[in-house]
Design a protein around this ligand. Structure first.
Ligand code: DOR
Length: 437
């Protein structure tokens, strides 16, 4: 393996930061100190002015393989993830067929192992994600699966969700819920409110999300099984999960960059690029999510990276599938939401690396045989999954510069604040000087 030294960046630990060098050799962080002397042959990477922290961890990446390789593959998704500064991705199970059994989980783990990143798998809670019968979660957990979700849809039946939680608890895994009551959201393709009325589009009400958050918080209280609440989009949803966490319930939350950067007014373009589930909300909720990020009321930023082939996103609004790309822009959008120049690097790495690594059980203490450790403290001895983020770099997002196979980004032409300069994943330099090696 190789040796690298990251020179003179702000090394962001769990509770404090210091300017110094990080020496990496044979897959491990060997030394962190104000000045490190290293042997000839060590590749020097200038990190001056940059934040050097644990590689980012995405709890929510749709990699589309197997079944929709026209949109993304595990390999292209890993490239997109690397460009975004991620050293680990959790692959969502709403593939075709769904990742609801050990054979398919093994397939994705094996393909993931051939990429430069760590690809963890989320298994389905129910067979075929149909919300009728439980999937063999114990068999998938035996392969190392630690998160289960039917994402794309939530588990609608409360008694089935209760049984899933009871079944999951002794396995030491976490259930992740896509919170939308499908009956309340039925037929809707944007947020329900004055804007949807004016545009003549059927809406998905905020209550569809909030009611399922309420229901599932009570199911967690009843069963004691950990639950992660995915892509929350309303101020009230976030506040409810934050309050439950303060009460001591084993719950965590994520928000997606699109929900804290875009609002329902984008729908006036009738461009399906903005269609997503849960939908973009009113500006007041975008502001509430941004405030909650800064205030530490949200555990993680997760991308909900949802590639779709161009011909699918070109369908009429009501027929186009929901979802937009996320991996390559999440770090910059989070930095901007945290206040750009005023952003706190500790919060940045908590939201994008340390908390998601905890939820996905990818930390060193979690002992995952098929994966390295992520979300570390930047101490000697840790696995070398390290990102160098340049907060001063200003750039413009370009659709044609994406590594993803798909192009459905809503951010084409948008000014971005902060850029991933380098990524070391699984001990190797994957991104150097802002480009894949
Ligand atoms: O907009 C979405 N797209 N939301 C989801 O939950 C699923 C995702 C997808 O798979 O395309």
């Amino acid at each position: 393996m190789s040796a690298y030294v990251l020179r003179q960046g702000l090394v962001v630990g769990e509770s404090s930061s210091l300017v110094g060098d990080v020496f990496i050799e044979d897959g491990l962080i060997r030394e962190v100190a104000p000045h490190v002397q290293c042997a000839k042959g060590t590749l020097e990477i200038d990190a001056e002015g940059c934040w050097v922290g644990p590689g980012l961890v995405d709890l929510h990446a749709h990699l589309r393989e197997p079944g929709d390789e026209a949109a993304e593959t595990i390999e292209s998704g890993a490239r997109a993830g690397a460009m975004g500064g991620f050293s680990a991705l959790v692959a969502m199970p709403n593939t075709e067929p769904a990742l609801d059994n050990p054979a398919l989980v093994s397939y994705v783990l094996d393909r993931g192992a051939r990429t430069p990143l760590d690809i963890a798998v989320a298994g389905a809670i129910t067979q075929g994600r149909r919300g009728e019968l439980l999937a063999p979660m114990a068999e998938m957990a035996a392969l190392g699966v630690r998160i289960f979700t039917d994402d794309g849809v939530g588990v609608q039946d409360p008694s089935l969700m209760r049984r899933a939680l009871v079944y999951a608890k002794p396995l030491g895994v976490c259930l992740a819920q896509h919170c939308e009551d499908e009956r309340l959201a039925a037929g809707g393709s944007m947020n329900e409110g004055a804007v949807s009325s004016r545009l003549g589009l059927v809406g998905r009400p905020m209550l569809a999300e909030e009611l399922m958050v309420m229901r599932d918080l009570e199911l967690v209280r009843l069963t004691g099984c950990p639950m992660h609440f995915m892509h929350l989009s309303t101020g009230r949803s976030v506040a409810m999960v934050a309050a439950a966490r303060l009460e001591g319930l084993p719950v965590s939350s994520e928000v997606a960059p699109h929900h804290f950067t875009l609002d329902e007014d984008s729908m006036a373009t009738f461009d399906p690029i903005f269609k997503v589930h849960p939908p973009l909300r009113a500006a007041a909720h975008v502001a509430a999510l941004r405030a909650a990020l800064v205030a530490g009321q949200i555990d993680a930023v997760a991308t909900d990276h949802a590639p779709h082939a161009p011909e699918m996103k070109d369908l009429p609004f009501d027929e186009a599938p929901p979802g937009m790309l996320g991996l390559e822009h999440a770090a910059a959008l989070t930095y901007e939401a945290l206040g750009a120049d005023a952003a706190d690097p500790l919060i940045f790495f908590s939201l994008l690396s340390r908390a998601p690594a905890r939820v996905a059980q990818l930390r060193a203490s979690d002992h995952r045989p098929r994966h390295g450790a992520h979300g570390g403290a930047m101490h000697a001895g840790e696995d070398a999954n390290v990102v160098v983020f340049d907060p001063a770099q200003r750039w413009t997002a370009r659709r044609d510069a994406l590594q993803s196979r798909a192009t459905n980004t809503p951010y084409d032409g948008r000014a971005m604040f902060g850029k991933v300069r380098a990524l070391i994943a699984k001990g190797e330099l994957v991104v150097d000087d802002g480009a894949l090696r």
